[in-house]
Design a protein around this ligand. Structure first.
Ligand SMILES: Nc1ncnc2c1ncn2[C@@H]1O[C@H](COP(=O)(O)OP(=O)(O)O)[C@@H](O)[C@H]1O
Ligand SMILES: [Mg+2]
Length: 223
């Protein structure tokens, strides 16, 4: 692999509850290249969300390192973590998290405003690329599940992230809508964004550059 955007080194996560230990990630090593669509498939409880939350710096690792652009991000200050998330990392979750009282366009522009920038023109372009620009002035509750999820993807992209993390983004969509989201991600990867999507949907493998299985604390390359 020529370029590496993200590297996990012996990443380990153990949840302790009283005398019980649950080793969810066990010395995971992985390199992610820019502009690749990476899919992680595993059943419920296999550690998919744990993995993304660690990369998003929302939780602390038990052991190991996460290098982003060559720097370990696990021991950054909270302020630096927040800045890195805002500028370089986008998130899409199973539930869109759009603010219901703001228009689709305002929702998409919001992370730019938080950064002190108004990116309404870019927001509109993103909506257009995702084929939902006609919905720009609508309020999220009037959108379908698939449309909301695409709006959430546009919002995740507004600040031009290098990395997009998606936690079961198609979890509540029908199969046609799922396929569309997978295609959108494959196209975004071609534009240079590294995408990490976790899912239990095995069809995602068809659209991925790399597909991994999460099982018993290990991440194994399938494709
Ligand atoms: N905050 C937590 N405290 C204790 N155990 C947790 C916590 N979060 C997740 N777990 C456990 O870690 C395992 C993996 O969870 P998770 O990463 O949410 O799996 P997935 O997203 O693949 O369904 C599960 O056994 C879950 O119960
Ligand atoms: Mg999960």
């Amino acid at each position: 692999m020529d370029k590496v955007l993200l590297e996990l080194k012996d990443l380990t996560k153990v949840y302790r509850e009283g005398p019980c230990e649950n080793k969810v990630l066990d010395k995971v090593n992985l390199k992610i290249a820019p502009g690749t669509f990476n899919v992680f498939i595993g059943p419920s409880g296999s550690g998919k969300s744990t993995l993304l939350n660690l990369i998003a710096m929302l939780d602390s690792a038990t052991e190991g390192e996460i290098l982003f652009e060559g720097k370990n991000i696990l021991n950054l200050s909270e302020k630096k973590k927040a800045k890195l998330r805002l500028n370089k990392i986008g998130f899409v979750f199973q539930f869109d998290g759009l603010l219901p009282e703001f228009s689709v366009l305002e929702n998409v522009n919001m992370p730019a405003l938080i950064k002190g920038k108004n990116s309404k023109a870019r927001a509109l372009t993103l909506l257009k690329n995702l084929n939902i620009d006609t919905l720009a002035t609508k309020l999220p509750p009037s959108l379908s599940g698939g449309e909301k999820q695409r709006a959430a993807i546009a919002r995740a992209l507004i600040n031009e992230p290098l990395l997009l993390l998606a936690d079961e983004p198609t979890g509540n969509l029908d199969s046609a809508r799922k396929e569309q989201i997978f295609k959108d991600f494959a196209a975004l990867a071609k534009q240079g964004i590294a995408i990490l999507m976790v899912t239990h949907d095995i069809h995602a493998e068809l659209y991925a550059d790399k597909c991994y299985k999460i099982e018993n604390g290990k991440i194994v390359l399938k494709k």
